[in-house]
Every structure is written in structure tokens, then in C-alpha cells.
Write a protein that binds this ligand. Structure first.
Ligand code: SAH
Length: 456
């Protein structure tokens, strides 16, 4: 069907915003034609200017708000560089929580066709700021001085960010100091266009309980000029630093990490603790970025697993074994699967570190390893999945349906794929009993949720 846009470039139109996109832009419809506009909120009535009118959708700019959302926060006097990585900082926290909870409810209905599932009120943070324990920031150059921060939305322009409302202050300071050290030594920033220069990204991770900091310097070249000086200066000037790592990414790509990782100084891991369990975390391993809410999330997953000590449990997408080790305290045996080999090394080390013996870890794709286990006669009583945004692979869902674990616990960072996968499980004989949204990422559009699923 061919359709023409009901608006044209440079038109001024009055609209009401209905929703937000995943990038946090407002969505308004003119005769069913969606227009995306940044810096607005659902429910707001406004005049906009059309900037672009494609066939199926358009983009606009806010001109004037007629009716403000009760959740709007005025940030016009604030420094925009404080909000890197945020999308809905202009919405009050109460508004953010209401929006996210509603989103989970609606998506489960619309995509999952789940009518009678109970969705609990979202669990938010008391102080929804400075929660992140990790930053990975692109580095650029401005008049011979290094800058580091975030890409201005929809551009390749780097905003130099000295602070962030969502990062832990230790992380902010670490990134700043490393940037200054490299700038003083004249290390050239990587240039995306010419594919020249050296320093691509700076990453910092902080174990909030242990107080340990890891610095990862991501370079285009294997050679890091003034390497010894950089190490000396970081070791002297970055408080709490326990590990300095270099990662080499020689490719012309916007993927941050390359394949080779070298420990330059100190330990190859830092430690942290969630609940009663200690974790070693290496540079390339996934580790939840909001430790306070991670505890809430994992406790919920454990509660939904309802373990008595008799169960064999599979933890698919196990990362460094965080959920696996939580589960192992209450299960007969836990089997973890994860695709990143370094993460599995960390997972094994973490089991040892905590003296937990009833766990086993395997490297591979969950959708390949778990069907193989099943073929060999190893079925689980309880299965936990915590996939990335794209959700579970169909082959894995089919294996769950064949294997028939009594309970499935689904930890999800994307309600849309959660809903899609829950529908598959429902059609395969499961029932979604309840869903608990948890706000792991205040000020952003991201929503996390845990679902309790039972065999009918
Ligand atoms: N449960 C862990 C990790 C969750 S993040 C925690 O809470 O810390 C999702 C993890 O899935 C990442 O570690 C990622 O490397 C891994 N992963 C991605 N695709 C995978 C696949 N097809 N099979 C197994 N693991 C995968």
C-alpha cells in the first residue's frame, strides 16, 4: 500500500503525544501517521515543526507546549552533558516508573496475548541517581585536547562529559583522570572517519562493595605510546585502581571491544559482592550495572524458582555465574551456559571463590548446548533464562517445551521479546503466573522484568 504523508516538511502542526519510542522520542499521530519528536512526554499537547516527512513516518521538533505532562521536569537550566546515556531525564521518577510498568502490562497483552497475567507494581530505587558501576566512553579530540563522554543523539559528535547523573562518582572521576593522563601525554584519539589515531574508548568498572576499580583502555593499535608512563600515572592518580587492562580493536567498526585483551598492571579481575556471594569480574564479562537493584532482581528470580534443595537447575545465559551461584545455595545442582569463554572462566573462578561445589559451567550457545544435554538424558526441573535484548532463540524455547521443566524463570531486559517468548511457552503448555518489573536503569527507557512460568 502506497500512502502519502498528511504533513510536509516545514509544516507547523498541533499534536498530542501518545507514547515514547525506545529511544525516548515522543510519538504523535496525524491521521494515523506517526511523527517522532524528542524532548516531549506522553499526554502533552504541543505545536511541532515537521523536519522530515517520509512515506510511513516523520520527524519533528518541539515548538511550543500547550499542555504539559504532570511528570515534566524542567531541565532548561541544566548542563546537557550531565545526561549521557539518559533518555527520559525530563520525566519525574514517579512518571518514569508509571510509564515502565504500563509498558510491561501493555506489551504482555498486545504482543504476548496474555490477558490474565498478574503484573506487580514496578520496584524502583529510593535514589534513582549515580547507580551505574560501569562506563565505557568514546574518546575524541578538540583543539588538541582529548574529550570523552557520549555521542550526541543521532550524530557522531562526542560530547565531553565531566559528570553524569547516572554514573557512580568514582566512575566519573576515573574516566576523567584517565582522559587527562592520556591527553597530557599526547595520545592521539581514534578518528572514525580516517581510521587513524590510537585511543578509542575508556572503560571503567567499580566494585561498589569491594571498592575496587578496573580501567580498560581500548586502542586501535597494539602499541600504546608511553605505555609505562600511562600505567604509572593511572596507578598513582586513580583512587582504588586494582587493574589496568588494554583491549585492542583494530577494526573499522562501531563495536567497542576487539578480540585481544592484555592485563597491563595489577589483577586481571576486580571483585565485587552481591548478597552473600563474591564475584571476580574480568574486562570482557557481562556484569549487571546497577548492583543495588541486581540484588532485588536476583532475589525475585530465586523466589520464583521455589527451590527445595532437590532440583536440577539450568541457568541459560549465565554470564559470570551470578544467578547460578545464587540458585546453587538452594538447589541440588546448577548447570550454567554462556557464550563468552572469559565469562565462563570467571564463573568457574567464582564458584571456587565462594566454595560452591554443586555447579557446572559450559561455554556455548544456550540454544545448542541445552538441546544437546537434553538428548543425553539431562533434563532440568527448573530452568532460568536471562537472555540479551533479542530474547531466546526458538530452538531453546522448543527444547524447554520438550524437556518440560516444572518451572521456568525468565529474567528479561526487553518486554517485547519477553512477551513474544512467553506466548511460545504458553502455546507449548506453560502458564505465566506473574511478572515483576524492576527498574534497573532509572532515567533511561530500559525496563527489566522477571516472570514466573509454570507447567500447566
Ligand atoms: N545472567 C547473567 C548475564 C545476563 S546478560 C547476569 O545476570 O549477570 C546475557 C548473557 O547472555 C551475556 O553474558 C551474554 O554474553 C550471553 N549470551 C548472549 N547470547 C547467548 C547465547 N546464544 N547463548 C548463551 N549465552 C549468550
Amino acid at each position: 500500500m502506497k500512502r502519502t504523508a498528511p504533513v510536509a516538511k516545514n509544516d507547523f502542526v498541533d499534536v498530542v503525544f501518545e507514547d515514547l519510542t525506545h529511544e525516548g522520542a515522543g510519538v504523535a499521530k496525524v491521521d494515523g501517521y506517526p511523527i517522532f519528536v524528542p524532548n516531549v512526554l506522553p499526554g502533552e499537547k504541543a505545536k511541532i515543526k515537521v523536519l522530515k516527512a517520509n512515506k510511513g513516518y516523520g520527524f519533528g521538533r518541539l515548538v511550543e507546549i500547550y499542555t504539559e505532562s504532570p511528570y515534566r521536569v524542567d531541565l532548561s537550566q541544566k548542563d546537557p552533558s550531565l545526561y549521557g546515556g539518559c533518555q527520559i531525564q525530563h520525566m519525574s521518577y514517579e512518571g518514569q516508573l508509571t510509564f515502565k510498568e504500563k509498558q510491561v502490562r501493555e506489551v504482555l497483552k498486545r504482543i504476548g496475548k496474555l490477558e490474565d497475567v498478574s503484573v506487580h507494581p514496578i520496584i524502583g530505587m529510593d535514589k534513582p541517581m549515580h547507580y551505574r558501576n560501569k562506563a565505557q566512553v568514546p574518546v575524541g579530540e578538540e583543539e588538541g585536547v582529548l574529550i570523552a563522554g557520549f555521542f550526541k543523539p543521532r550524530t557522531h559528535e562526542i560530547v565531553d562529559a565531566k559528570e553524569s547523573i547516572i554514573q557512580d562518582p568514582v566512575i566519573n572521576e576515573t574516566v576523567q583522570t584517565v582522559k587527562e593522563i592520556c591527553s597530557e601525554l599526547g595520545i592521539p584519539a581514534y578518528n572514525e572517519e580516517t581510521h587513524k589515531g590510537v585511543l578509542r574508548h575508556i572503560m571503567a568498572r567499580f566494585g561498589k562493595v569491594s571498592g575496587e576499580v578496573m580501567v580498560v583502555i581500548i586502542t586501535r593499535t597494539a602499541e600504546l605510546p608511553f605505555k609505562e608512563r600511562i600505567i604509572e600515572e593511572i596507578a598513582a592518580r586513580v583512587p582504588y585502581v586494582k587493574s589496568i587492562v588494554q583491549n585492542i580493536n583494530t577494526k573499522k567498526t562501531n563495536v567497542i571491544f576487539g578480540e585481544e585483551t592484555r592485563t597491563l598492571w595489577g589483577s586481571e579481575v576486580i571483585y565485587d559482592r552481591i548478597g552473600d556471594i563474591n564475584f571476580a569480574i574480568s574486562a570482557r564479562s557481562f556484569y549487571q550495572v546497577n548492583p543495588e537493584q541486581t540484588k532485588v532482581l536476583y532475589d525475585k528470580a530465586l523466589e520464583y524458582a521455589e527451590l527445595t534443595g532437590e532440583e536440577n537447575v539450568i541457568d541459560a545465559y549465565c554470564g559470570i555465574g551470578t544467578i547460578s551461584l545464587f540458585l546453587a545455595q538452594k538447589a541440588k545442582k546448577v548447570f550454567g551456559v554462556e557464550i563468552v569463554p572469559q565469562a565462563i572462566e570467571d564463573a568457574k573462578r567464582n564458584a571456587e571463590l565462594n566454595n560452591i561445589q554443586n555447579v557446572e559451567f559450559a561455554v556455548g550457545e544456550a540454544e545448542a548446548v541445552i538441546p544437546e544435554w537434553y538428548k543425553q538424558g539431562n533434563a532440568a526441573d527448573v530452568l532460568v533464562v536471562d537472555p540479551p535484548r533479542k530474547g531466546c532463540d526458538e530452538a531453546l524455547l522448543q527444547t524447554i517445551i520438550d524437556m518440560k521443566p516444572k518451572k521456568v524463570v525468565y529474567v528479561s531486559c526487553n518486554p517485547a521479546t519477553l512477551a513474544r517468548d512467553l506466548r511460545v511457552l504458553e502455546d507449548g503448555g506453560y502458564k505465566t503466573v506473574e511478572v515483576q518489573p524492576v527498574d534497573m536503569f532509572p532515567q533511561t527507557m530500559h525496563v527489566e522484568a522477571v516472570a514466573r512460568i509454570e507447567l500447566r
